[in-house]
Design a protein around this ligand. Structure first.
Ligand code: 9D3
Length: 254
């Protein structure tokens, strides 16, 4: 059975362009995943189609109402007998990362809840017990873009979605180092050349240069990843780490 992904949102129209493009589209066409959108507003019960209301106790913003959200979740879940891994996108959530994407790619069914406005009635979380996920420490207008990030990261990991080359590359990212710099034609571009070693045909020297660049970049740009790498068994300190990456300032001609 393919992975089933349910998305509950006030803005289902945001998802079509993303799920209908590139890898998410290809995964769907190959029958490896199916996407099911539920518009939460369809489950509003009053004449004004309300899905949110002012917070008890006062304060700014609006809060997503529990009854509408519960009805939407129950309607989506009964469309398939398999239990869904429930995920609620929230700035208060656990930080989404590659190991979690790998875990979610092993599920049979995901149900993502994307909110807009300030937040959810706490009884939605208490009653549905979803995994709360954040995609990073910045403020979005809603959970929809975060849901699309999660879907993209998960779907590309499903067996058969990508060609075999890419799968091996992801393991090296999971291994904890950034990528090496890459070059293609032309050999001279506006006075900027290509490192000689890449034109040498010496494959051992090229592999060594690339690994050195990965380490230098990781140490300079992502001290958090570098620390994890050096503390793992692979992280042998070599002469590469004695040097500093030659960095050009952002937005300045070289
Ligand atoms: C006033 C406090 N705000 C929290 C910082 C309220 C608020 C702002 C924006 C509550 C929700 C949102 C909408 N964001 C999401 O739903 C969201 C999100 C995000 O903003 N950043 C990173 N990951 C996520 S996942 C869902």
């Amino acid at each position: 059975m393919p992975l089933r992904i349910d998305i509950l949102t006030l803005f289902p129209e945001m998802f079509g362009p993303v799920l209908g493009t590139s890898i998410p589209k290809r995964a769907g066409e190959k029958g490896l995943v199916s996407y099911h959108l539920t518009g939460v507003r369809d489950f509003a019960t009053d004449a004004h189609k309300s899905v949110d209301d002012r917070p008890f106790g006062g304060g700014p913003g609006m809060v997503m109402m529990a009854p509408t959200m519960f009805d939407a979740v129950e309607a989506a879940e009964k469309q398939d007998p398999r239990p869904a891994r429930r995920i609620l996108l929230s700035p208060q959530g656990r930080l989404f990362d590659q190991p979690l994407a790998e875990e979610l790619a092993r599920e049979e069914r995901l149900l993502l809840i994307a909110g807009h406005y300030e937040g959810f009635d706490e009884r939605i979380i208490e009653g549905l017990r979803p995994l709360e996920l954040s995609i990073g420490d910045y403020v979005l207008s809603g959970g929809e873009l975060a849901a699309m990030v999660v879907i993209d990261a998960v779907v590309r990991l499903l067996p058969g979605v990508l060609g075999h080359e890419q799968g091996a590359e992801d393991e090296t990212f999971a291994g904890g180092l950034l990528e090496f710099p890459q070059y293609t034609r032309p050999r001279d571009f506006r006075g900027m050349g290509v490192p000689e070693v890449l034109l040498s045909g010496n494959h051992a020297a090229i592999a060594a240069w690339r690994m050195q660049q990965r380490k230098l970049r990781t140490r300079e740009r992502r001290p958090d990843l570098w620390r994890k790498y050096t503390e793992s068994s692979e992280g042998r300190v070599t002469s590469a780490e004695e040097t500093t990456e030659t960095k050009k300032p952002e937005h300045e001609a070289p």
